[in-house]
Design a protein around this ligand. Structure first.
Ligand SMILES: *Cc1c(COP(=O)(O)O)cnc(C)c1O
Length: 338
């Protein structure tokens, strides 16, 4: 009954995890924050739990950790976004592993017997200690985050800085800093990779050396197909005028579903392999496309992401990153796991 479907290929997901792990020669911390990047954590958590290369999960906050436990996840769960007062009870009760990145994060954890990972800011300018060493027997892991993996010189400085910090942590079990793009550095002293985007087959860099398969496809149905005459204007604010008589389709997928408004008059979708221009402004629930030359009918499906374009391709046209588009995929889209 759904007018839009996001299909998740579980075999491809497993292939990508194994491929990333093999490339880096390390097990995986699967980052599934923000409802698994909009894909829907309830649809993929159990699949990931069943893959032996996945040793850890990571989410942004305690609520997301609880959700994983409620879905039956038994593997350890890292809370990347620090610890605030009031969160300690849930951390203990649900066996979550907090990442401490500020002195204030240690206060709620006083007297609590839980493992801790300590985060360093080696050049991200976001979370992390600069050089303070946390001398605490509960510390089982140390991490940092690369701010710009595409920049080799800067990344290597971060990797070197982190190596110096690690001299003070001889007995930790977990050392991690490589995100999807970061895996290209094959950091020899790290024990795990910490990846999100690439597990869905979206390449984080243009010359990405890891072999990946597309996991996600997204399609939506046409709710109207009609001929309109040359000169007719399309959608709100009349930003597009037909240069010829045209067959105009309306897809049941708008910016509320995750079609960025910046794709107005810029993006493309596909019908039976043929590229269709998005014409006029994208609206809340609908997007108009030029179907001229096709035999499309009301009810037919249009590919938004699939064999012809990835979320990364769509993001380039929209002037953003695939993360942002994926995180905005609405609840209204049906999720289907193959
Ligand atoms: C989101 C996030 C990751 C995963 O990044 P990807 O580019 O999706 O692989 C890793 N580490 C931290 C700290 C993050 O916030």
């Amino acid at each position: 009954m759904s007018r839009s479907i996001l299909t998740i290929d579980s075999k491809a997901l497993e292939f990508n995890i194994k491929s990333l792990s093999k490339f880096s020669k390390k097990p995986v911390i699967a980052v599934v924050k923000s409802d698994a990047y909009g894909v829907g954590v309830k649809h993929i958590a159990k699949i990931l739990e069943g893959i032996k290369e996945v040793e850890f999960f990571a989410v942004a906050c305690v609520e997301e950790g609880l959700e994983l436990r409620e879905l039956g996840i038994k593997k350890p769960i890292l809370i990347l976004g620090g610890v605030l007062k009031g969160e300690e009870k849930a951390i203990k009760e649900y066996s979550l592993t907090p990442v401490v990145s500020h002195p204030e994060h240690l206060k709620p954890l006083e007297g609590l017997n839980v493992p801790i990972h300590v985060k360093y800011d080696t050049g991200m300018g976001r979370l992390g200690f600069l050089e303070e060493i946390i001398d605490d027997p509960r510390v089982e892991g140390v991490l940092t985050h690369l701010s710009s993996p595409a920049e080799e010189e800067f990344s290597k400085k971060q990797i070197e800085k982190f190596k110096n910090i690690l001299k003070h942590y001889k007995n930790v079990k977990y050392v991690h800093l490589e995100s999807s793009a970061g895996v290209i550095y094959k950091v020899p002293y790290a024990t795990h990779i910490r990846v999100g985007l690439a597990i869905y087959g979206e390449k984080p860099l243009s010359n990405y050396p890891v072999q990946l398969t597309q996991v996600l496809s997204l399609k939506a149905r046409l709710i109207s197909v009609k001929r309109l005459p040359k000169g007719y204007s399309i959608s709100y604010s009349r930003t597009y005028k037909l240069e010829r008589d045209a067959l105009v389709g309306v897809i049941a997928f708008g910016y509320a579903d995750g079609m960025m408004k910046s794709l107005s008059n810029r993006g493309k979708v596909y019908y039976k392999g043929k590229a269709l221009d998005i014409i006029g402004n994208v609206t809340m629930d609908m997007t108009m496309v030029d179907l001229t030359g096709t035999d499309a009918k009301v009810g037919d499906w249009v590919e938004i992401v699939g064999p012809h374009q990835s979320f990364t391709d769509l993001a380039k046209m929209a002037g953003t990153i695939p993360y942002e588009i994926m995180c905005n995929l609405s609840r209204r889209i049906k999720r289907e796991v193959l």
